[in-house]
Design a protein around this ligand. Structure first.
Ligand SMILES: [Zn+2]
Length: 830
């Protein structure tokens, strides 16, 4: 009987594979001779899964533009039949599930095309899939390969569709040709223009959120992120460059080198050039190589020459033609070589994987965080995305390293969130929570600080002893009821949930006030920024009481109903300091000159976080006259060369009549030194913070040739955290205290505003985490971080530090909301 079954299976499998087509047979062109549209790639994977019992293919989600996110699981027919057990055994091995298992199967995950316009890799995914099941079946005996053919389908199709429209026939290899010059914003990022290769740890994007669910179910031993770089670069593969994060194990380091040497064997045989170890470090936890590494895998980045410039073929500066066919061949080779290394080392990968999840020797055993319940809630949501366990400690005092003053101290742990390293994912806990990442080398190509307690605005201590918890974090739910006799309702102000509540009230045409003074009603205190929603303001709205209760319950906001407008202290509802909030009409600039990342972060913030409308206007179409129907203009990071003198005068007039500009980061340069804007860059100021040596006349630069790069680090700030002073009485800072930890992304520095309000500022620079070069740090002495300059009836708001950067610095977001709704709360009038 059994024999018959086997025969029957064999028969089916042979018949099916007879129909199995290569990518070229299926697509009608050789791989690399065209850019395939995402839908065609999906169809090919579906075809293979339908015709091979070695492949399953599933959808794990969809993108903002409704393209499917997919993954294929590839192994022998027997392994596929037993795949659920293989998956579970791996989690048991890591301690993530209970049970006993001694797995011997390697799990290799290949992620393609995270950057949309690095488009050779999705083509390579098809070749790799086909080669694995037709030629490399032997490796699959002890190996499961997971292929995500396209991590960023929206970005890839943005590029591929544009290229397919733009290309000459036959393609034109000259660099100057239109097909080699992608228009703004390019295909690299996702729909909201986020770089998905910076988003693994913060998971702000739908692609990441959905991928992590599958990733956590599998927890591969090897993860490869396929990329492309400039057209003149040789291929890059592991081992990676310093700095390595200190938790990376000796085995993880060594195995990268072994993988690299295996690739080198194939590349040398073909005469292909490559480099290793010189770029692409392993520190910042939000990459497709570091995140898997900190989750126990051998995480690697491979970079092929190509990118959005290369098209189907391009002449390089070195006199060769780089073709898509070559690019695909290289990525296919490294992908297959990686699987080979997984298969050859399957047993070792499993034993080392198990070891990685034992965390007894980590210095800090627990991180204890305390603060606004909304912020703890937001942190809990982040930890959930990574399946990191945590709990709540109701009371007691804990001693340890205190994040606020960076020395040992204690914390009263009332309803504090505790996340400990005595869990399988303890190393990731350390990476995300630790006060300061150890830097073996300051030259990294990304930020060097991201400490979660500061990012979430929480008080915290790290303890060397394990702290126990006594309950779970539970989402509080409120149950407000309508109070028809109330003169008004009060809601305190202090989190993004409050901001979402306000945004919905305004959209439902509820009239809302905010207070610039501290209020007291019925013995209860309401700080500056608290919302006041009065019966009087909403007297024409028959449904007022029911609507507000419904919206408050939806957002879990506690309403306090007061039967009188008469305050316990001297500020009543009718006070001039309790100001009506305008339903702001907001415009934002996009397009040439504007940072696509910053624009995208703001766009995402309005649509997906605040849920409030914003109108994007292209810089090429921008006329100041357009602003007559807007109250606020947001200018993301960028170079606004199109704002000439006459435009500038018109803009000034618009502000003076009550308009408001929010200028972020380098957008401030548009106004620095210009008459009436009260803004001065510290760049020209030679007196402050400049190396004494450099001030000597005619010294010249005697730094040797091979030390120039090293010497330049003194001018750098590579994403580090500074403690800044806040004026909490200014509306921009409502909901904050008198100190704030800001993520400083660069060394640009502006003087204090002479006439305006310096809301956030640095007197003596105090960096609490991350790398800052001495010169750059000194230049921050007496510098502006957040400010408001008044011009006539309007204002210009300056944000030197970008609080929406990658959308992960949760505690900065309210500065932006306050700037829109509270600061100089005028309605623009003609
Ligand atoms: Zn890339």
């Amino acid at each position: 009987m059994i024999k018959h079954l086997t025969l029957a299976f064999l028969f089916i499998s042979i018949t099916l594979s007879a129909q199995l087509k290569s990518p070229a047979e299926f697509l009608g062109y050789e791989v690399g001779t065209e850019f395939s549209r995402h839908a065609d790639v999906v169809r090919y994977f579906e075809h293979v899964a339908a015709n091979s019992s070695m492949v399953t293919y599933d959808t794990y989600g969809k993108t903002n533009e409704r393209r499917p996110l997919t993954y294929a699981v590839i192994s022998t027919e027997q392994n596929i039949a037993n795949i659920e057990q293989i998956r579970k055994d791996n989690l048991i091995n890591a301690g993530l599930e209970n049970g006993s298992a001694s797995p011997q199967t390697a799990i290799v995950w290949l992620s393609y095309n995270v950057h949309g316009n690095e488009a050779s890799s999705t083509e390579a995914a098809m070749s790799t899939l086909y080669t694995l099941i037709t030629e490399k079946q032997a490796w699959l005996q002890n190996t499961v390969v997971i292929i995500d053919p396209c991590v960023n389908p929206d970005g890839r199709d943005r590029y591929a569709n544009w290229y397919n429209q733009a290309k000459a026939t036959p393609y034109n290899a000259k660099q100057a040709a239109y097909e080699h010059n992608e228009p703004w914003p390019g295909g690299r990022p996702n729909h909201y223009l986020f770089d998905l290769n910076r988003d693994w740890a913060w998971a702000t994007q739908v692609e990441t959120q959905q991928r992590l669910k599958i990733y956590n179910q599998w927890m591969p031993h090897i993860h490869v992120d396929f990329h492309e770089q400039g057209i003149n670069e040789p291929y890059y593969f592991a081992p990676a460059a310093e700095p390595f994060h200190e938790i990376i194990s000796p085995f993880q380091r060594e195995f990268q080198t072994e993988v690299g040497k295996n690739h080198a064997k194939y590349f040398d045989a073909e005469g292909w050039l490559f480099f290793t170890r010189e770029r692409f470090d392993l520190l910042y936890p939000s990459y497709g190589d570091t995140y898997p590494t900190f989750m126990g895998a051998i995480g690697m980045t491979y970079e092929q020459a190509g990118h959005g410039r290369a098209g189907l073929g391009i002449n390089t500066d070195e006199g060769f033609e780089l073709t898509l066919v070559d690019r695909v061949a290289h990525h296919t080779t490294t992908g297959l070589s990686t699987v080979e290394m997984g298969s050859k080392n399957a047993a070792k990968l499993n034993t080392e994987f198990k070891k990685f999840f034992q965390n007894d020797d980590l210095k800090y055993k627990s991180y204890v965080l305390k603060g606004h319940p909304d912020k703890l809630q937001a942190l809990g949501e982040l930890l959930d995305k990574h399946n990191i366990k945590y709990g709540i400690k109701s009371s007691g005092t804990v001693n340890g390293f205190n994040y606020s003053d960076h020395k040992n101290g204690s914390l009263t742990a009332t309803n504090a969130l505790v996340v400990s390293t005595n869990q399988p994912k303890g190393k990731m806990v350390k990476v995300l929570m630790e006060p300061d990442a150890v830097l073996t080398e300051p030259l990294t190509y990304d930020i060097t600080a991201w400490s979660i307690p500061h990012a979430y605005g929480l008080e915290a201590v790290a303890t060397t002893g394990l702290i126990s918890t006594d309950k779970e974090l539970s989402a509080y739910t409120v149950n407000n009821v309508a109070s028809p006799n109330a003169a008004g309702y009060l809601v305190s102000w202090g989190s993004m949930y409050d901001a979402q509540f306000l945004a919905e009230l305004l959209q439902e045409d509820i009239r809302v006030r905010f207070t610039e003074k501290d209020l007291k009603f019925g013995g209860k205190d309401f700080g500056k920024g608290s919302l006041v929603i009065t019966k009087s303001d909403n007297r024409t709205n028959e449904n007022f009481n029911n609507t507000i209760v419904e919206i408050a319950n939806k957002h879990n906001r506690q309403l306090y109903a007061s039967n009188t407008s008469f305050g316990d202290t001297r500020t009543d509802f009718g006070s001039p300091d309790v100001k009506l909030i305008n339903k702001q009409r907001i415009a934002m600039l996009r397009g040439n000159g504007v940072s696509s990342l910053n624009y995208g972060a703001i766009w995402h913030f309005f649509e997906q976080q605040l849920h409030y409308p914003v109108t994007s206007i292209d810089t090429d179409d921008f006329r100041v006259s357009t602003l007559s129907s807007f109250d606020v203009l947001v200018m993301p990071n960028g170079w606004y060369s199109s704002l000439k003198d006459d435009t500038m005068n018109d803009l000034k007039t618009w502000i003076q009549r009550g308009g408001k500009i929010i200028a972020i980061g380098s957008a401030m340069n548009t106004f620095a030194g210009k008459d009436g804007f009260d803004l001065k860059s510290n760049k020209a100021d030679e007196e402050k913070g400049v190396d004494q040596d450099d001030k000597k006349e005619n010294k010249g630069n005697l730094t040797p040739y091979d030390q120039r790069e090293r010497s330049s680090v003194k001018d750098l700030i590579t994403g580090s955290i500074y403690k800044i002073k806040i004026d909490p009485s200014h509306p921009m800072a409502f909901g904050y205290g008198d100190a704030y930890y800001s993520l400083k992304l660069g060394s640009s520095s502006f003087s204090f505003l002479e006439n305006g309000y310096n809301v956030g500022y640095i007197e003596t620079p105090t960096s609490v985490s991350g790398f800052s070069g001495d010169d750059a740090k000194n230049k921050l002495t007496n510098s502006l971080v957040f400010g408001e300059a008044r011009m006539g009836s309007g204002s210009i708001i300056y944000m030197v530090d970008d609080v929406l950067f990658r959308s992960f610095w949760e505690n900065g977001k309210l500065f932006f909301v306050n700037s829109i709704f509270f600061v100089n709360n005028n309605k623009f009038t003609l």
